[in-house]
Design a protein around this ligand. Structure first.
Ligand SMILES: Nc1ncnc2c1ncn2[C@@H]1O[C@H](COP(=O)(O)OP(=O)(O)OP(=O)(O)O)[C@@H](O)[C@H]1O
Ligand SMILES: [Mg+2]
Length: 234
């Protein structure tokens, strides 16, 4: 379980997060929704130690996370998949996956590779191909797979659906939901595509200008017409 309490952060005079509090349960997808500039990316970067909070705390399964350096996060079970599908295009699919194991232990367990290939068979088919040739959807699978190589308990995903065809988004989201339930992961799914995100999320938190404006079951958020029109864009 990931608990965020009164998290406040910004950039100089810009306050990007203003007293944000919520809980993401284990075995659930928690969607973090909101318009451009709402503070979603800043939230993930602050949780994962890439950006410094001015105030507030983050707890992961009962341990304080907010004084932990970003490079120690994999050892704490936290994996952050930033926006933009940053694969190393000169390396092969398998080499990219192997890099994911370094964060946690520095050693590769071949069983972890096989597990990722089992989840994403398309990556297994292309294991020897350079990542350069992958489609956008395949790259998204690769960055998620690379994060899973560190055996995280908690996965932060920033806009994985951006620029992908709806069919591919649905496929990736379904896979994510299955994984969360079978492995009891805690997932924070940041999305502008609120409709798709809520269709697989258990819970959702809506940000507006750095503040939480709604925090409820995904079904309840999707059924709230006023909220949808005001903040979710569908
Ligand atoms: N490096 C930065 N320097 C200054 N201001 C920033 C920086 N990054 C973000 N901001 C500001 O902080 C606020 C929150 O931005 P953030 O990127 O967290 O929002 P977001 O919800 O992820 O938006 P998007 O949906 O566009 O990705 C915005 O007002 C943004 O302009
Ligand atoms: Mg963002």
């Amino acid at each position: 379980m990931l608990t965020v309490t009164d998290l406040t952060a910004g950039y100089g005079p810009v306050r990007a997060l203003d007293g944000v509090s919520f809980t993401a349960e284990r075995g659930q997808v928690t969607a973090v929704l909101g318009a451009n500039g709402a503070g979603k990316t800043t939230l993930l970067r602050t949780i994962s130690g890439l950006h410094r909070a001015e105030r507030g705390s983050v707890d992961l399964d009962g341990e304080r996370l907010d004084r932990v350096a970003a490079d120690r996060m994999p050892a704490r079970g936290l994996a952050h998949v930033p926006e933009g599908r940053g694969v190393i295009t000169e390396l092969t699919v398998e080499e990219n996956l192997r890099l994911g194991a370094l964060g946690r232990t520095g050693r590769l367990d071949p069983a972890d590779l096989e597990r990722v290939y089992g989840l994403f068979p398309v990556l297994a088919d292309r294991r020897a191909a350079t990542a350069h040739v992958l489609s956008g959807g395949e790259r998204q699978m690769l960055v998620v797979g690379r994060a899973l190589m560190a055996r995280p308990t908690t996965l932060l995903l920033d806009e994985p659906s951006l620029g992908l065809a709806p069919r591919i988004v649905a496929q990736i989201f379904e896979l994510l939901r299955g994984l969360v339930e079978s492995e009891s992961l805690t997932v924070l799914l940041v999305e502008q595509n609120a409709r798709s995100a809520l269709s697989i999320a258990h819970h959702g938190v809506v940000l507006n200008l750095g503040r939480v404006v709604a925090d409820d079951d995904a079904d309840a958020l999707a059924a709230d017409d006023q909220l949808r029109h005001a903040y979710l864009g569908f």
